[in-house]
Write a protein that binds this ligand. Structure first.
Ligand code: B4P
Length: 187
């Protein structure tokens, strides 16, 4: 059980939990959002391409994102497992991930779906806005990101449900409590 996806709406705690779970399992946590933010900070070509999409709460085009994930999953540290956070985010990305993993002779073992209600999600992201000032954490963009999740990302869950891979985990409560629930779901 070491090739994992974590999926959930913005603010569900994906990034927070991905780091803890990956550490527990000794696999790398790979966050597409973090890779984009690092590139934006370093003003790389990839960062310049991604910035306007991220700031407006839209998905970065698949042509950019897919290439980036293919390259990251081909690195040595991902050969024995990984926890992918924030990818796939639409059905086209599911098919691309299938192709990437098939080229690497790998398969996904489990898809963790982290859930929380919308009021809690907005509140968490507004709290983060106050603490960190992330450019896409203002109320208007947060609400748009939630809509993008419902329209683009939720439908892809049907594919993984059909494959019997999805484990739903309640994302409400203390961070450590949620980590324990996830570890339980991976047993
Ligand atoms: P992400 O970085 O994935 O941002 P996110 O969906 O907001 O989730 P994040 O991981 O940051 O937040 P989390 O739930 O952990 O993506 C950002 C943007 O990048 C996207 O909008 C898109 O533009 C682009 N992008 C990324 N992947 C893409 C892809 N595949 N295709 C196209 N575009 C892509 O946590 C939120 C907050 O909640 C934190 O402050 C945390 O401290 C808090 N929190 C967590 N758990 C909590 C708990 N139990 N209780 C209270 N607070 C908690």
């Amino acid at each position: 059980m070491n090739r994992l996806l974590i999926i959930g709406p913005p603010g569900a705690g994906k990034g927070t939990q991905a780091v803890k779970i990956a550490e527990n399992l000794s696999i790398p946590a790979i966050s597409t959002g973090d890779i984009f933010r690092k590139n934006i900070k370093e003003e790389t070509e990839l960062g310049k391409e991604a910035k306007s999409y991220i700031d407006s709460g839209n998905l970065v085009p698949d042509s950019v994102t897919n290439k980036m994930v293919r390259s990251r999953l081909s690195e040595d540290d991902a050969a024995n497992g990984f926890l992918l956070d924030g990818y796939p985010r639409n059905t086209a990305q599911v098919h691309e991930l299938d192709s990437i993993l098939s080229d690497l002779s790998q398969e996904i073992d489990r898809v963790l779906l982290l859930v929380a209600d919308n009021d809690e999600l907005v509140q968490r992201l507004l709290n983060r806005a106050a603490e960190q000032g992330r450019s896409d954490d203002n109320e208007e963009v947060i609400r748009h990101r939630l809509k993008v999740y419902e329209k683009e990302t939720e439908p892809l869950l049907a594919i993984y449900r059909e494959r019997g891979l999805v484990k739903e985990v309640n994302g409400l409560g203390e961070i450590d409590e949620v980590t324990q629930r996830i570890l339980e779901a991976l047993k």
